[in-house]
Design a protein around this ligand. Structure first.
Ligand SMILES: NC(=O)c1ccc[n+]([C@@H]2O[C@H](COP(=O)([O-])OP(=O)(O)OC[C@H]3O[C@@H](n4cnc5c(N)ncnc54)[C@H](O)[C@@H]3O)[C@@H](O)[C@H]2O)c1
Ligand SMILES: [Zn+2]
Ligand SMILES: [Zn+2]
Length: 361
């Protein structure tokens, strides 16, 4: 028998989201139903609502969540009812060509639930990033449940399920920031500030935060930025060179995902430096660069999907660092809200008033 719960649905491009009754099936083989305890509002949810990811409306939004396993289907052995888990969108298959090369962080065939959650009239929902956690319960593949220490509050732990992991991993995994290196992070929302915290964790000694909003730059300092630049009023590339003896940074991270920001990141790095794109561009964006600059500067241009994380390796580790007071997970939570407040949270995100609004269920 299906569960009848409340969930936040985006019905069409640009239309305000609303809370609707959704039907969550009992878990089938390999699946799990999770009682969602908390779910952060990520910019990617807004991208979905705006039709920037794909056109498969209606979406069940929310994908940055923690909760408790409520039921498991046949054959599930990795988690059990009552386990405290963070939901992930990288349940690796172990069999695709990336997995077989030992590069599980690129898995091309990640697992999601086989069954569909639906609206009350039977319309199938597309869960954001295969999760859909702005809902009292959600159905996922059991591999999407990563068990972590239940001592961590769900509001903070859930953020590792997307934005914070993406940011930390962009610095630590994709950018491979080393002790003593210099890093610039463009865009200081939840993802960018997590990249700053990750760069600090890795031992970077110069960490430049770039944003167009002074409030965001102030917060970025709290996460470890040693310098800040408001790129609305100051040339970010020149400023970054000024902080790095005229050379540019070792690692430049674009946590916005717009061509003009990527271009700044491209030119703000030292010769042979790395550029990491973690911000998600929309379908219409184009990038033009002089090819000789691409060649002449050397180094690497990398994209970071989910911070190249492995949930089973990285979530418990970051939760432990948080519980030891070594990673400021709780500082990303700007406010806790209800399911009915997601549309208002998008507005606050848009205005730059919050780092993360977290829905508590
Ligand atoms: N790659 C991944 O796996 C992954 C995971 C989660 C989120 N994301 C993406 O990361 C991006 C950031 O997400 P978020 O939740 O932190 O969003 P956010 O809206 O909280 O933060 C974006 C920040 O960028 C700043 N900004 C906007 N335009 C700018 C510009 N031209 N120059 C400098 N700063 C600018 C804003 O002021 C804001 O502080 C989004 O594109 C999101 O979709 C990617
Ligand atoms: Zn795989
Ligand atoms: Zn996200």
């Amino acid at each position: 028998m299906a569960y009848e719960v409340r969930g936040v649905v985006a019905r069409g491009k640009g239309a305000p989201v609303g809370v609707e009754t959704i039907l969550v099936p009992d878990p089938g083989p390999g699946e799990a139903v999770v009682d969602v305890a908390a779910c952060g509002v990520c910019h990617t949810d807004l991208h979905y609502r705006e039709g920037g990811i794909n056109d498969e409306f209606p979406f069940l939004l929310g994908h940055e969540a923690a909760g408790t396993v409520a039921a498991v289907g046949e054959g599930v052995t990795t988690v059990a009812v009552g386990d405290f888990v963070i939901l992930n969108w990288r349940a690796v298959c172990g069999q695709c060509r990336a997995c077989l090369k030992g590069q599980l962080q690129y898995c091309f065939n990640t697992h999601n639930a086989a069954q569909k959650m639906t609206l009350a009239d039977g319309t199938e929902l597309s869960p954001a990033l295969g999760i859909g956690a702005f809902a009292e319960k959600t159905l996922v593949h059991s591999g999407q449940c990563t068990k972590v220490n239940p001592a961590a509050p769900a509001t903070a732990a859930g953020l590792l399920g997307c934005g914070v992991m993406a940011g930390v991993g962009a610095a630590v995994n994709t950018g491979a920031v080393q002790r003593g290196e210099s890093v610039a992070v463009f865009g200081c929302g939840g993802v960018g500030d997590a990249a700053i915290a990750g760069a600090k964790l890795a031992g970077a000694t110069t960490i430049v935060a770039v944003d167009v909003d002074d409030r965001k730059l102030q917060w970025a300092r709290q996460f470890g930025a040693t310098h800040t630049v408001n790129s609305r009023s100051t040339d970010a590339v020149e400023a970054i060179k000024g902080f790095t003896n005229g050379f540019g940074v070792d690692v430049a991270i674009d946590a916005v995902g717009r061509p003009e920001v990527f271009e700044q990141a491209f030119y703000a790095r030292d010769l042979a430096g790395r550029v990491v794109l973690v911000g998600v561009p929309t379908l219409d964006m184009q990038l033009t660069l002089p090819m000789i600059e691409l060649f002449g500067r050397g180094g690497a241009l990398k994209s970071s999907w989910y911070g190249d994380c492995l949930p089973s390796r990285d979530f418990p580790m970051l939760v432990d660092l948080y519980l030891q007071g070594r990673f400021p997970l709780e500082d990303f939570v700007s406010e806790t809200i209800g399911l009915d407040d997601v549309e208002a949270a998008f507005e606050k995100m848009h205005k730059g008033e919050v780092l993360r609004s977290v829905v508590v269920l």
